[in-house]
Design a protein around this ligand. Structure first.
Ligand code: MRU
Length: 352
């Protein structure tokens, strides 16, 4: 158990090492834990698009790592030429997935650092320093989120979670799973119910993998059993992550989150969202947010096995929106926002 606790704390989903990006190939989990090394930003873009790395904070830091690789790859000798190369790389990285706001956050942060540096060498060194710091900060931020959220759950609670908002969705420790880890580390006994999270099965492949290795009591359910487990009193609370949180408190997260929140409301079960401030989008309205639509084959089969008739029409949105009235609280590294969210989110950012 200790070995796996150390594994989870040291399980780096994505890392900058020797001017390369090393990441866990999450498409291979839970059957094998494999690391891939990238030296070109287009490889990182492809890894984001194909879910080798996924989860909003992990995508944000990976995008930033990709831009740092682009800075090293460029043969520019003049600042404006390098900035131009970075703008090209930024667009390719940005266009990989549209919904998680952390990707834009990570890319914009690196572009600002680059534009504020004077020389090509300064750009390269300051960008590399910044991405390393972003990775370290991510883990610290998740541990603060964990601590803040651990207050919300009681001893012997059974907590439901949807998708994977764990160490594998961040650089380390996790957001929603960080709260579950911190609740356990605070000495409370907790059990977890993880939804399978079709079609890509982030719940069964990744969340169950992480929690089982942490020695946390986790049960897996098909997504269709959410209502049953709540109606039968098996769930004391729900915690999920987020890909984008608006000023209004509308939360975009993995497809199915809205259904889980609606069921929780139906059964008066508290429903919490855990996310860093980098996941907040204070500019856009619900209708402005692009929901990623993914390929039909994710739904018409599992692995190589076809499970639907050839040529069937498929609707496969990767995310949905949960309205604020279904959310009991939003847990961040700087505290917990409670309804009405227009005010509490404004307060959170005022302090920042
Ligand atoms: O398609 P994915 O696997 O990137 O979706 C991930 C989620 O929806 C997570 O819940 C969210 O990114 C939060 S991760 C801390």
């Amino acid at each position: 158990m200790v070995y796996f606790l150390i594994l989870t704390l040291t399980l780096k989903t994505v890392e900058w090492k020797n001017n390369s990006v090393i990441m866990i190939d999450q498409t291979k989990l839970p059957n094998s834990l494999e690391y891939i090394t990238f030296t070109e930003y287009t490889q990182v873009a492809e890894a984001i698009r194909t879910l080798v790395v996924r989860g909003a904070p992990a995508i944000g830091v990976s995008g930033a790592f990709g831009l740092a690789l682009a800075a090293l790859q460029s043969n520019a000798t003049e600042k404006n030429h390098l900035i131009n190369d970075l703008e090209i790389a930024k667009k390719i990285l940005f266009d990989t997935r549209p919904t998680a706001v952390n990707l834009a956050w990570g890319l914009d942060k690196i572009m600002d650092v680059a534009k504020n540096a004077d020389t090509v060498d300064e750009i390269r060194s300051s960008v590399v320093e910044t991405v390393k710091q972003m990775a370290e900060d991510d883990v610290q931020i998740n541990m603060s989120i964990g601590k803040n959220g651990s207050e919300l759950f009681n001893d012997n609670d059974t907590i439901m979670t949807h998708c994977n908002a764990g160490a594998l969705a961040t650089v380390g420790y996790g957001t929603a799973l960080g709260v579950i880890r911190a609740t356990k580390e605070s000495g409370k006994k907790v059990k977890v119910i993880a939804t399978e999270t079709r079609p890509v099965q982030q719940g069964s492949r990744l969340t169950a993998f992480e929690l089982k290795h942490d020695g946390i009591d986790v049960s897996l359910i098909p997504d269709t059993a959410v209502g049953y487990t709540m109606a039968n009193g098996l769930v004391n609370g729900v915690i999920v992550g987020a890909d984008r949180i608006l000023q209004t408190g509308h939360v975009f997260n993995k497809i199915g989150t809205y259904q889980v929140a609606t069921m929780a409301k139906q059964h008066n079960i508290p429903f919490y969202v855990a996310a860093p401030l980098s996941t907040f989008d204070l500019q856009n309205r619900p209708e402005d947010v692009i929901i990623e639509q993914r390929k039909a084959s994710e739904v018409t089969g599992i692995g190589d096995k076809r499970t639907a008739p050839d040529g069937i029409n498929v609707i496969n949105p990767a995310f949905d929106m949960t309205p604020p009235e279904l959310i009991s609280g939003i847990i961040t590294e700087d505290g917990i926002a409670k309804p009405p969210y227009e005010e509490s989110i404004k307060e959170l950012f005022k302090a920042n």
